[in-house]
Design a protein. Structure first.
Ligand code: ZN
Ligand code: ZN
Length: 159
């Protein structure tokens, strides 16, 4: 039952510090490339339902491909490859670098580190309400998605 709610952030993945870090970094990269997730982060080599912000197309993509901005044409029926850079510029950035959300997100390395540890422990205790609250701070939509992704990377660096 816990997973039913947490799945909006992590699809079929436990909320380990490694998984929430991967998810926060993936959400930042998606935002940068003008895609938006339609479901929880499933891991990098599992199909993820996403929406193209250039044209509204929805479909399944591997994050491992999106991360490297492949394919160059995004998906069948989207803007021609030659126009995509221009369109992306026109779209502008919703991200501001500052979290102005009603419920503040974990956008510093310290906050991300602490919140991720609290989430892992709340999940282990079966506290689904607290788990959901903490997961939102780490992976919910935020105006500072890119900054939060960098905070995640600093909080739990990969060797
Ligand atoms: Zn498109
Ligand atoms: Zn925020």
């Amino acid at each position: 039952m816990t997973d039913g709610h947490l799945s909006q952030y992590l699809h079929d993945l436990p909320p380990s510090t490694r998984n929430v870090t991967s998810a926060a970094m993936a959400l930042a990269r998606l935002d940068e490339l003008d895609w938006t997730p339609r479901g929880g982060y499933p891991g990098s080599d599992v199909l993820w339902p996403v929406k193209c912000l250039l044209c509204g197309w929805e479909g399944l993509r591997f994050y491992s491909h999106l991360r490297r901005a492949r394919p160059k044409g995004r998906h069948a029926g989207c803007a021609p490859a030659a126009e995509i850079a221009n369109r992306l510029d026109q779209l502008g950035r919703a991200a501001t670098g500052t979290c102005t959300c009603a419920q503040p997100h974990a956008v510093s390395a310290e906050a991300f580190h602490e919140t991720a540890l609290l989430l892992a422990s709340a999940h282990a205790d079966g506290d689904s309400k607290q788990s959901l609250f903490l997961a939102e701070r780490l992976m919910g939509p935020c105006t500072a998605t890119a900054r939060r992704g960098r905070a995640a990377q600093r909080a739990f660096p990969r060797s």
